[in-house]
Write a protein that binds this ligand. Structure first.
Ligand SMILES: [Zn+2]
Length: 347
């Protein structure tokens, strides 16, 4: 019996030593130390032994069990340590490696132009007004003195969604909505920046989606000289203190009289160059005195109130200011282009 126990011990220790994974150890534990294992089997035969032998065999059986259990535990520890070491090795960080550079984003040039212009006008007491890009025909056209049959609607080829709903062709509907909210009581002093949509074929100077900033002032005794003074401040702020402006008569359905506003060419200082088509002047925006019909339709008494409005093409300003020759650069998300606007002038 003694021999059988030592034989089992030898066998179990051998198997535990050779085990290569945790599962094998568990199998050995169950096989040798379990209730159905051979050691228990041996102990069942103890009844046949003499009273002297019984405690000896009992003690030996305990020793054998302990030896096997301790070997299994030792081996289990070794496996666990090896697993932890392997994981540590695989997750090792080489602190001497150089870091990956973090790409720093910057403002899109159009956003910068819009924010600069917003700051300028907020400083002059304007508030920023916004409105929906999907607009009704009424606010986009009719409220701005462009009834259904008006020929000037053709100037603004539109993306219609239904007969009465379209993508706004200018930010003017925001003016119409704001005037309506004022319920005939001035003053109104807003600028409206935003995206607008026209059915244009995209080329170097046209885009089916572009940005506008419109301004509107309504109060008593507003005159053309207020418009001119305001736009002079704008031109000097955006293009430099030496710039001059000139007003040329024009036509827009929502203003009367209407003007185109030119600034003196920065590149040739008015002498004439290819940028200004040898005129010395560059057309930058349109404006005029708010048409009495537009005032009346929005609920203002045109005998008491008058106002001026102007519209700025943001891309055109950005192209002139930064010397960009193709409007599509602003929309193609080419990082080589966008990164050139990394440093803000005021930084
Ligand atoms: Zn020029």
């Amino acid at each position: 019996m003694q021999e059988r126990l030592l034989e089992l011990q030898q066998e179990a220790l051998q198997k535990a030593t050779e085990a290569t994974e945790l599962k094998e150890l568990n199998d050995i534990r169950v096989a040798y130390l379990g209730k159905k294992g051979p050691i228990t089997e041996v102990l069942r035969g103890m009844g046949k032994l003499s009273a002297e032998e019984r405690p000896k065999i009992g003690a030996l059986a305990n020793d054998v069990r302990a030896a096997i259990a301790s070997k299994i535990e030792e081996k289990q520890h070794a496996f666990e340590t090896a697993a932890v070491n392997a994981q540590l090795a695989s997750e090792k960080i080489d602190v001497t490696l150089p870091g990956r550079p973090v790409n720093k984003g910057n403002q899109h040039p159009l956003t910068r132009i819009v924010e600069d212009i917003e700051d300028l006008f907020i400083g002059m007491g304007y508030t920023v007004a916004e409105g929906p890009e999907v607009e009704s025909d009424y606010y986009n056209f009719e409220a701005l003195n462009l009834p259904k049959s008006h020929p000037a609607r053709d100037m603004q080829d539109s993306f219609y969604i239904t007969d009465e709903i379209l993508m706004r062709t200018h930010t003017s509907p925001v003016q119409a909505r704001t005037m309506e909210m004022h319920k005939g009581i001035g003053p109104v002093k807003i600028i409206c920046p935003g995206k607008v949509y026209r059915r244009d074929n995209d080329d170097a100077t046209h885009s089916h989606q572009f940005m506008q900033i419109e301004g509107l002032v309504i109060d008593e005794n507003i005159s053309m000289s207020d418009l001119k003074g305001t736009l002079e401040v704008f031109a000097k702020k955006v293009f430099g203190q030496d710039r001059e402006i000139r007003l040329r008569p024009s036509f827009f359905p929502f203003t009367e009289p209407s003007v185109e506003i030119d600034i003196s060419c920065k590149i040739c200082s008015g002498k004439g160059c290819s940028v200004c088509k040898h005129t010395g002047w560059i057309e930058v925006l349109g404006g005029g005195m708010v048409h009495p019909n537009v005032l009346e339709m929005a609920g203002f008494d045109s005998k008491t109130y008058s106002g001026f409005a102007f519209g700025i093409g943001v891309e055109r300003i950005a192209m002139l200011k930064y010397g960009v020759d193709d409007i599509r650069h602003f929309y193609t998300n080419d990082l080589r282009f966008l990164k050139q606007f990394h440093t803000h002038e005021s930084e």
